[in-house]
Structure formats: structure tokens, C-alpha cells
Design a protein around this ligand. Structure first.
Ligand SMILES: Cc1cc2nc3c(=O)[nH]c(=O)nc-3n(C[C@H](O)[C@H](O)[C@H](O)COP(=O)(O)O)c2cc1C
Length: 261
């Protein structure tokens, strides 16, 4: 294996984030050493050798600027998409035309064989009561007795109540297709990301929720689909009541292998 094929690896790596970043010429050396020091201190404090901090590294811009679109804006939108929970939503309503724009962008996702497997049931206003009904029924029917929790059910129903719009995202299996099911799901997930990014551009937080019962047999039927279809989750949309939350990701070095020679 050549040097460029080696990665730091994530779990169990003894290399520090700083030393990993050091291999990337786009990362300033001072930042590398700061990361290495942070890693060293965290390891000392925790007594664990391999603790790896999650850090944001802003890579230098490529020398050749793409000119077709504003890359800085799309980068901002992608990096600032955030999960914001309904408990953190303000009472401001999400307008119908926004939801229409969000879902129209969703359906421009890639789709193998043009099966366009994404389907949405949008619950808003009084319609949320219908979703609450379906949710309660599914939770009661599909949750094993020893895991049933009235508090958990109440919490889920509370999320529906707090959001002005909740979208049930479904992957519709195209009948008699040569496309494997996983690819239909992958396409629908790409569409979900389009939706969440568009929501971000509108200043909306989104929360993709996947309570266990949505994967149970019969869940798709509860939303008017067939047993061949899959419920992927509920997408809650809302304006954040407080500041836009921050997040972080592991550095690129941990998740990338470059094979260059
Ligand atoms: C397929 C999928 C299912 C998810 N289901 C849940 C969930 O059931 N509960 C939850 O709290 N978050 C869920 N999330 C959201 C993640 O918790 C969230 O994306 C993660 O914490 C990272 O935060 P960020 O979205 O702000 O970057 C889900 C995300 C995905 C992609």
C-alpha cells in the first residue's frame, strides 16, 4: 500500500486529528498543531489513547474557482442544514408555497431508471390530527409490550402538535422494476436531502424522525401505500425559536482514502 493509500482510520487510530490534517496541504500548519495538542490533552484527561476529537476544518478554497454557480452559498447551505427538534420550533407557520418549493426540489434527486420512487404525505393545520391518529395507532400496534411507554407516545404526539408541517416520506417500490429496492430507497433519501437543504435556505430547521414503528410491517399501508413500499421517516419543519444550532463533523482525513498512484 502506498503512502497515499493509507488513511488515519477512525476507530482505534493512534494518529491524532492534527497529525492527520498535517498531511493535507490545505490545512494551515498552526491549526494542525492546535488539533494535535487538543488531542493530546483530551487523551491525557480521559486516560484513553485513541480519543479522537470531532472538529471542523475549513479547507482552503480550490485555486480554480468554479464559475457556473455560487459555490460558497451552496456550501453554506449544506454545512448549515441542521436538525432542529420540534420542541425548539417557534410558533411561526411554514407557508404552503414553501413546502411546495421544498418538495419540488426534492423530486429533482437522481433516480435510477427514472422510477421517481419518492412520495410525500404532507400534514399541516388540522391535517396533523390525522397524522397523530395514524401515529398513535401504529405505536400501539407495533410496539412490543415490554417497550410500550405512554410517555414516549405522548412525546411523539407532542412533536406533531408543535410543528406546523410534518411530512411522511415514503419510498414507493415501482412494480416489476429491474431496479433493486436499495436503489429506490437511496434515491428517496437523496430527495430527502434536497428537501432539507431547501428548507435550510428558507431558514427552516428540519428533523428527520424515524421511530421504530415506521419500519414495521403494515406501516406503509397506514399512509395509503402498499406493503411493498417503505416509510422512511417523518420530516418535521419549523422555524427555530432560538439561535441556529452549530454542529461539527469528523475531518475529511478520517473518512477518505485517496488512491493516486
Ligand atoms: C435516516 C435518518 C433517521 C434519523 N432519525 C432520527 C431519530 O429518529 N431521532 C433523532 O433524534 N434524530 C434522527 N435523525 C437525525 C440525526 O440525529 C441528526 O442528523 C444528527 O444528530 C446530526 O445532526 P444534524 O442533522 O444537525 O447535522 C435521523 C437522521 C437520518 C439521516
Amino acid at each position: 500500500m502506498s503512502a497515499s493509500q493509507r488513511t488515519c482510520g477512525y476507530a482505534g487510530s493512534r494518529a491524532s486529528a492534527g497529525m492527520c490534517a498535517l498531511r493535507n496541504p490545505a490545512v494551515p500548519r498552526r491549526l494542525c498543531f492546535a488539533l494535535a495538542l487538543r488531542h493530546h490533552l483530551l487523551s491525557r484527561i480521559s486516560g484513553k489513547e485513541n480519543i479522537i476529537p470531532s472538529v471542523d476544518i475549513t479547507f482552503a478554497k480550490p485555486k480554480t474557482e468554479p464559475v457556473k454557480y455560487d459555490l460558497s452559498e451552496i456550501t453554506e447551505v449544506i454545512r448549515n442544514r441542521r436538525t432542529i427538534y420540534p420542541e425548539q420550533f417557534s410558533t411561526r407557520k411554514v407557508q404552503k408555497d414553501m413546502v411546495q418549493h421544498i418538495l419540488t426540489n426534492a423530486l429533482w434527486a437522481p433516480t435510477h431508471g427514472k422510477t421517481e420512487p419518492w412520495r410525500y404525505v404532507v400534514y399541516s393545520g388540522e391535517g396533523r390530527n390525522k397524522l397523530a391518529e395514524i401515529t398513535e395507532k401504529l405505536y400501539r400496534e407495533k410496539t412490543p409490550e415490554d417497550q410500550f411507554s405512554p410517555a414516549k407516545l405522548k412525546k411523539i404526539l407532542g412533536k406533531i402538535e408543535r410543528s406546523s408541517v410534518v411530512i411522511a416520506m415514503v419510498c414507493r417500490r415501482t412494480p416489476e422494476t429491474r431496479i433493486p429496492e436499495i436503489e429506490e430507497i437511496e434515491a428517496a433519501v437523496c430527495a430527502a436531502q434536497n428537501a432539507m437543504l431547501t428548507a435550510t435556505a428558507y431558514g427552516l430547521g428540519s428533523f428527520w424522525s424515524s421511530p421504530k414503528f415506521i419500519y414495521a410491517e403494515g406501516a406503509a399501508e397506514a399512509f395509503g401505500f402498499t406493503s411493498a413500499d417503505k416509510v422512511l421517516g417523518y420530516l418535521y419543519l419549523g422555524y427555530p425559536a432560538d439561535e441556529w444550532p452549530k454542529s461539527h463533523r469528523k475531518p475529511l482525513e478520517y473518512i477518505t482514502t485517496w488512491v493516486e498512484d
